[in-house]
Design a protein around this ligand. Structure first.
Ligand code: SF4
Length: 219
């Protein structure tokens, strides 16, 4: 009977995905926590590939938080324009950098509580910065892929990312929190795509309630 419980199923999902996707971490390019923070803010409503085209020149020009804090708003907007929503992102990056300089001595803070005080930083960004930038596991970053897969796999019925994260944290052992975002994003990009999930051949098909519902509806 235990095999049908959500925690057991989530363990099986994790085990199977770990075999499929042995890498780890974000696909964003960065070499320190500040670069990761900026890249993650830029990545909202964009793709990691697109952001990785923008950031090399950006990171060469702006090396410290004080550089972003002192950036000319219009120049920064132009430099990140292709990421989309560039005015808002530039405003948030400058404001977050200013706060890092004024309240955190110029270094990106290392706790969830402190990161959430930065403009433009919600739990998803904070989790990525903590996990990939500092090796600190405080939760599970929920982006569009994680949200979609959590629903399809029956791990959460919620639509709010904070509640989805809470459900996942209850189901998944803490030792796997840091990996599960990478695993679900990798599977969401490669197989369980938003429009046409490639269910045939999916390693999770025998456990997937979404697929079972689709088959039942087709009958
Ligand atoms: S079986 Fe289909 S819906 Fe279920 S996880 Fe795999 S690709 Fe996604």
């Amino acid at each position: 009977m235990e095999k049908n419980t959500r925690p057991e199923r989530s363990r099986q999902f994790t085990r199977r995905l770990e075999k499929e996707y042995p890498g780890r971490g974000t696909a964003l390019d960065y070499s320190n926590p500040l670069e990761l923070l900026v890249a993650t803010i830029l990545s909202a409503q964009s793709t990691d590939r697109q952001i990785n085209k923008i950031t090399p020149a950006l990171f060469r020009k702006y090396r410290k938080a004080r550089d972003y804090a002192a950036a000319d708003p219009e120049k920064l907007e132009a430099e990140i324009r292709s990421s989309g929503f560039y005015r808002n992102k530039a405003k948030n990056i400058r404001a977050a950098a200013k706060k890092i300089v004024e309240e955190f001595g110029g270094g990106v803070p290392r706790t969830m509580e402190e990161l959430l005080t930065l403009p433009g930083v919600a739990r998803k960004t904070a989790n990525i910065v903590l996990n990939d930038g500092f090796g600190v596991v405080a939760g599970i970053a929920v982006d569009t892929h994680v949200k979609r897969l959590a629903g399809r796999l029956g791990l959460s019925e919620e639509t709010n990312p904070v509640r989805i994260e809470r459900d996942l944290m209850q189901l998944i052992p803490e030792k796997d929190w840091g990996r599960v975002n990478y695993l679900l994003i990798s599977h969401g990009r490669a197989v369980c795509r938003a429009r046409k999930p490639l269910c045939q051949g999916c390693v999770l098909s025998s456990l997937c309630p979404y697929l079972k519902d689709r088959i039942r509806l087709d009958l």
